[in-house]
Ligand binder design. Structure first.
Ligand SMILES: N[C@@H](CCC(=O)N[C@@H](CS)C(=O)NCC(=O)O)C(=O)O
Length: 216
């Protein structure tokens, strides 16, 4: 049976799911939260692989439409539910949003997923994981700091919350929370982080505010 309510397959700690949760909140879209407990390997279950064959969260179900990958989901939401546009009208700023989002989603986050960090720990050594993680976050953050210098306002590309912010907020938050990452060399990103923590749509999307966040 198909339901009209949107469904989001998500894990509270997943930064990729966090991006989509922010988009849904900004657009005021109600959704059913379908938890996929990554630490128990539920993303590799036969049922979930039917939803997303690569076994990653997030995935969105909208009626008969099933979409996985946070970028694809956010662009779908943007076109299907145009309220609170996630892209500025200015073409240059729009492109900067794509660039910043892709630095996070292609050049930082993939290096931090459990399969990769486990491989580094096993093949290179147990002490290699944290330097590996910090090197990739630092490389991406240094680029973002330079890229956004001439574009930022209150948020990454002006005074509105746009696509770049949906990718930056979870990445900065997770880097600080999970890896105790020092933001001192990245003053612009540190300032954006402070601003993000005041945005209700981002607060509601934080890991600790999700139904699958552990109670104890
Ligand atoms: N490009 C994908 C990446 C998805 C992804 O890497 N998801 C992570 C959580 S942020 C995941 O499901 N990891 C499970 C695993 O590594 O087994 C997206 O943006 O949605």
């Amino acid at each position: 049976m198909t339901t009209n309510k949107l469904q989001l397959y998500s894990f509270h700690m997943s930064s990729c799911s966090f991006r989509v949760r922010i988009a849904l909140n900004l657009k005021g879209l109600d959704y059913e939260y379908k938890p996929v407990y990554l630490l128990k390997g539920e993303q590799k279950s036969p049922e979930f692989l039917k939803v997303n064959p690569i076994g990653y969260v997030p995935a969105l179900v909208d009626g008969d439409i099933v979409i996985a990958d946070s970028f694809a989901i956010i662009m779908y939401l943007e076109e299907r539910y145009p309220q609170h546009p996630l892209l500025p009208r200015d073409l240059e700023k729009r492109a900067i949003n794509y660039q910043a989002a892709n630095i996070v989603s292609a050049s930082i986050q993939p290096f931090l997923i459990v399969d990769i960090t486990k491989y580094i720990e096993e093949k290179v050594g147990p002490d290699a994981k944290i330097p590996w993680v910090k090197q990739h976050i630092g490389k991406g953050f240094a680029a973002l700091e330079k890229l956004l210098k001439n574009h930022a306002g209150k948020y990454a590309t002006g005074d509105g919350v746009f696509l770049a912010d949906l990718f930056l907020a979870p990445q900065i938050h997770g880097s600080i929370q999970r890896f105790n990452f020092d933001m001192t060399p990245y003053p612009l990103l540190a300032r954006l982080h402070e601003a993000y923590m005041q945005v209700p749509a981002i607060q509601a999307a934080l890991p600790e505010n999700q139904p699958d966040f552990p109670k104890t």
